[in-house]
Write a protein that binds this ligand. Structure first.
Ligand code: HEM
Length: 363
C-alpha cells in the first residue's frame, strides 16, 4: 500500500522545480492512521510564553551566571559570552537543528514542515500596513488571546516543536526562530531558497493582534483581496503565497476542514495550481464545513477561498501561469514569502545582507 501510494505520488509530482523535490516519498497516508497517534510526546503547554525557564534563569544567575545555564541545558556552546553576536553560521546551526527534527513518523504525513510553514505565515500575516501593528516582529502568538484565535488552532504543535530548539539556542528570539523554521521547512521539503535575515524582537502580551486579521477558508476573492491587501500584497503575490497549500493538510480538529490539497503533501511544488485546473472539483458531501473534493479520487480538497483563484479573472491569470511554470511559481513564491516574514520588522541590516541557508542535502 505504501509503495503503491508512493508511485502514485511521484506520478503527480512535477519535475520543473528549481531544486528537485526531496521528500516525494512521504505521502498522504490516511490522516486517520495518525490522528490517534500524533498527540504523543507533547509534554509542554504552549501559549504561556512564561516558561519555567524564566525561573531557572533567575536562579542560575544568582548561582553563578549564564555559563551554568548553558552547561545544564546542553545549550549551544558557542553562545556562552554575554556579548555573543550570532553569525550566519550560528543561524545555519539553528536551521540544521530544525531540519534534523522535521521527520516524525507519528505526526501527520511524516513531517512537521507544513505546520511550521503555517506558523511562520500566521505569525506574519497579522500585519496591518496602516497602523504598522502585527507581523512576525513580536511572536505574540505565544500568548492568549492570540494563541486562542480560531485561525491559529493547531499551531501549538508547531510552537511546541520549536521549544527544545529555543532551549538549545537561547540567544535567538522566538520571532526570528518561527520565521527561520518556516524557511527551513520550505527549503527542506523541496521548495525554493528563501533568503532570511535576523532582527526581530519578541514583544509581550500587550502587542497581541485583534482576532480577524487572518483569512477565512469559507470566503471569496473579495475577502482574500482585503486581507492580503491590508498586509500590502498585490494580486500576483497573493496567488503565489496561497500556493503554499501544496504542503500539509486540513484537520477536522483544527480548522474543521479535512484533507490535503495534493497527493504528496510533504513536497513543495506547483501541484496545488496544476490540480486546481486539471481536476474536476465538486462539493464534498459530508457533515462538515463546505469544501470541495476532487471528482476522481475524492481524497483531495480545496477551500472555497482556494477556488477564488479560479473564479476571479485576475487571480486566475497568475494561477494558470503557476500551474504551467513551476520555476515562475518558485521564484514568485520566494519573493512573496520573504516579503511576508519581513512585514513590519525594523531591520538594522540591509536586504542584500540576507542569509541563504544550505539545505541538508547540499554538498
Ligand atoms: C486565502 C488564504 C488562506 C486561507 C483561507 C487558508 C486557510 C487554511 C486552512 C483552513 C488550513 C487548515 C488548517 C488545519 O486544519 O490544520 C490551512 C493550512 C495550511 N496553510 Fe493556509 N490559508 C491561506 C493562505 C495560506 C498562506 C499564504 C500560506 C503560506 C504562505 C498557507 C500555508 C498553509 C499550510 C502550509 C497549511 C498546512 C498546515 C498543516 O498541514 O498543518 N496558507 N490554511
Amino acid at each position: 500500500m505504501a509503495s503503491a501510494a508512493r508511485t502514485f505520488s511521484r506520478a503527480f509530482a512535477r519535475s520543473a522545480a528549481v531544486r528537485p523535490a526531496v521528500r516525494s516519498s512521504r505521502l498522504a497516508v490516511p490522516t486517520q492512521t495518525f490522528r490517534t497517534n500524533f498527540r504523543r510526546g507533547y509534554a509542554s503547554e504552549a501559549g504561556s510564553g512564561k516558561s519555567s525557564n524564566t525561573f531557572l534563569w533567575v536562579g542560575l544567575a544568582a548561582a553563578g551566571g549564564a555559563g551554568a545555564y548553558f552547561y545544564l541545558n546542553g545549550a549551544d556552546a558557542s553562545a556562552k559570552s554575554a556579548n555573543f553576536v550570532p553569525s550566519k553560521e550560528d543561524y545555519q546551526k539553528v536551521y540544521n537543528e530544525i531540519a534534523s527534527r522535521l521527520d516524525a513518523e507519528n505526526y501527520d504525513d511524516g513531517s512537521y514542515g507544513p505546520v511550521l510553514v503555517r506558523l511562520a505565515w500566521h505569525a506574519s500575516g497579522t500585519y496591518d500596513k496602516e497602523t504598522g501593528t502585527g507581523g512576525s516582529n513580536g511572536a505574540t502568538m505565544r500568548f492568549a488571546p492570540e494563541s486562542d484565535h480560531g485561525a491559529n488552532a493547531g499551531l501549538k504543535y508547531a510552537r511546541d516543536f520549536l521549544e527544545p530548539i529555543k532551549e538549545k539556542f537561547p540567544w535567538i528570539t522566538y520571532s526570528d526562530l518561527w520565521t527561520l523554521a518556516g524557511v527551513t521547512a520550505i527549503q527542506e521539503l523541496g521548495g525554493p531558497v528563501i533568503p532570511w535575515r535576523p532582527g526581530r524582537q519578541d514583544k509581550d502580551v500587550a502587542a497581541c493582534t485583534p482576532d480577524g486579521r487572518l483569512p477565512d477558508g469559507d470566503k471569496d476573492q473579495k475577502h482574500v483581496r482585503s486581507i492580503f491587501g491590508r498586509m500590502g500584497f498585490n494580486d500576483q503575490e497573493m496567488v503565489a503565497l496561497i500556493g503554499a497549500h501544496a504542503l500539509g493538510r486540513c484537520h477536522p480538529d483544527r480548522s474543521g476542514y479535512d484533507g490535503p490539497w495534493q497527493f504528496s503533501p510533504t513536497t513543495f511544488s506547483n501541484e496545488f495550481f496544476r490540480l486546481l485546473f486539471d481536476e474536476k472539483w465538486q462539493w464534498k458531501k459530508w457533515n462538515g464545513p463546505a469544501q470541495y473534493t476532487d471528482k476522481s479520487t475524492q481524497t483531495l480538497m480545496m477551500l472555497p477561498a482556494d477556488m477564488a483563484l479560479v473564479k476571479d479573472k485576475e487571480f486566475k491569470k497568475y494561477a494558470e501561469k503557476y500551474a504551467r511554470d513551476s520555476d515562475a511559481f518558485f521564484k514568485d513564491f520566494s519573493d512573496a514569502f520573504v516579503k511576508l516574514i519581513e512585514l513590519g520588522v525594523p531591520f538594522t541590516s540591509k536586504a542584500e545582507d540576507r542569509f541563504v541557508f544550505k539545505t541538508s542535502d547540499a554538498e
